[in-house]
Write a protein that binds this ligand. Sequence first.
Ligand SMILES: C[S@@+](CC[C@H](N)C(=O)[O-])C[C@H]1O[C@@H](n2cnc3c(N)ncnc32)[C@H](O)[C@@H]1O
Length: 304
Amino acid sequence: MTSLSGLDVYDRVSERRAAAGGARRRGRHGAGRADTHGARPAAMENQWPASWVGEKLPHMGSITWGPEWAAAYDQTYAAMSEPPVLDPMVGVLAELARGGPVLEFAVGTGRVALPLSARGIAVHGLELSPHMAERLLAKPGADAVPVTIGDMTTTRVAGAPFKLVYLVANTIMNVTTQDDQLAVFANAATHLEPGGCFVLEVIVPQLRRVPPGEVARVFTFDPDHVGIETFDDLAGQIAWSHHWIETGGRLVRHSAPYRYVWPSELDLMAKITGFRLRDRRAGWDQAPFTSDSHSQVATFEKLP
Ligand SMILES: C[S@@+](CC[C@H](N)C(=O)[O-])C[C@H]1O[C@@H](n2cnc3c(N)ncnc32)[C@H](O)[C@@H]1O
């Protein structure tokens, strides 16, 4: 553990990568493959050489988001930080918080934690990337949101039991193995009081939108942001998300793998770790969830 700007830094992921040893390489059109074993060498961040794109990331929980991506994050999520998007979300979370305290897994730059905290609820954050957390710490209101640097698959945050743990912005998918996603559920359960809720916001995998015979689709095509995702490993449920973002006159390239997860699989992970599904909606506006929903807000309640 090291200390950074008043944060507790648990560098477990780097340790795990270092312990796991080197990877066998197998390149392919900018996307991960299923048949490599072992992990990359330590200290991987999100800005990696193009030659690394094309590898599977087995046995590794998450990529640490580096400084360039942290600097671009708030701009990239500007639309998602506007009151019409944030207000309903913060409203739902505030109600589930029942006065708090609450814990945000993968708190990032505080997009959600800070407005929730501004409603008088005690919010704690857990975050893997010190670069993202530094951005949070620099914002007004950050004094009220203690942040622990660590991995949401394993790190325990002081202040439990919490009334609510939440994980939004598709971030369960940043954890790239099924075992580690299950560990996120188990870790949420550890932090909650009985009856407390674990809320996830995550997309429904959009494989139906991939043109027949193709492995890629463009999901964003704006003047300052082009995003392409490739579906590479159907068994491991691994896709890669590639971004080209113009920020401050610079072009930032960011590619990261994610593990997509079906609603039924979330429910099974919840059952295994002592939750029951309380509610599933298509969004924070409480629209009903249907077979055509592209996203979901799932609320799991910890059983006694
Ligand atoms: C899409 S951002 C979401 C940030 C914030 N929750 C929001 O809604 O704006 C994803 C965040 O998850 C963090 N993250 C990824 N894997 C993680 C892990 N295993 N444990 C903790 N944080 C993680 C990243 O560093 C990044 O800050």
